[in-house]
Design a protein around this ligand. Structure first.
Ligand code: GLN
Length: 203
């Protein structure tokens, strides 16, 4: 078997904030590419589902058959980080909505959860996994996880609300880590990808 040396991260590019993720990943020295088809999802080592509008992204995923492919790769253990809309789409349950979701993270997500009057805001989060100093997070019409299953770890809260969650290879992030200069959330995700690739190449 040929040993792969380069890690490739795909950023789902159906709609939403794609470029800032690609830029940040490149800044961290990894190959990053926009992905739009099931074939492309097969060729990556990790996936970011960016912010946007979750009903639109859900419909487009189903139209192109990407949802099924993402579910298969997630179950193989490929790391996936969903930011904002991406977090919503990864959930098993979306409160009071029948919209398409991937159903991968055992949680119930509330959309636009910080109140319509507060379209966007910034807040300092304390995240043990990335250490000091506090992480300045940008929230835009953000969701949070109202309920999480026993297999889900809450890595960060804002005013008691779960805004960064992890279930094994899956990360759900209510804020926009691509819109700051702080690369630590992407670095944390990249470490999951590196560990997964290393495990794979050892067998
Ligand atoms: N409110 C949007 C939704 O429900 C998410 C907003 C975002 O991704 N910044 O999809």
């Amino acid at each position: 078997m040929i040993k792969k040396t380069n890690i490739i991260i795909g950023v789902l590019a159906l709609q939403g904030a794609v470029e800032p993720h690609i830029k940040m990943l490149k800044q961290l020295g990894v190959d990053a590419t926009a992905v739009r088809s099931p074939e492309e999802i097969d060729q990556i080592d990790g996936l970011i589902i960016p912010g946007g509008e979750s009903t639109t992204v859900g419909k487009l995923m189903a139209r192109y058959g990407i949802d099924k492919k993402i579910i298969i790769r997630a179950k193989e253990g490929m790391p996936i980080m969903g930011t904002c809309t991406g977090m919503i789409l990864l959930a098993k349950e979306i409160v009071e909505s029948a919209q398409l979701r991937l159903g991968l993270i055992d949680c119930a997500i509330l959309r636009n959860a910080f109140g319509r009057q507060v379209d966007s805001f910034e807040a300092d989060l304390s995240i043990d996994q990335i250490g000091e100093p506090a992480y300045r997070a940008v929230f835009i019409r953000a969701p949070y996880a109202l309920k999480t299953g026993d297999n889900v770890n809450v890595l960060a809260r804002h005013n008691g609300r779960a805004v960064l969650i992890r279930q094994g290879n899956l990360l759900g992030c209510a804020f926009h880590p691509e819109l700051t200069d702080d690369t630590r959330v992407h670095e944390y995700f990249l470490q999951l990808v590196k560990d997964w690739v290393k495990e794979g190449s050892a067998c």
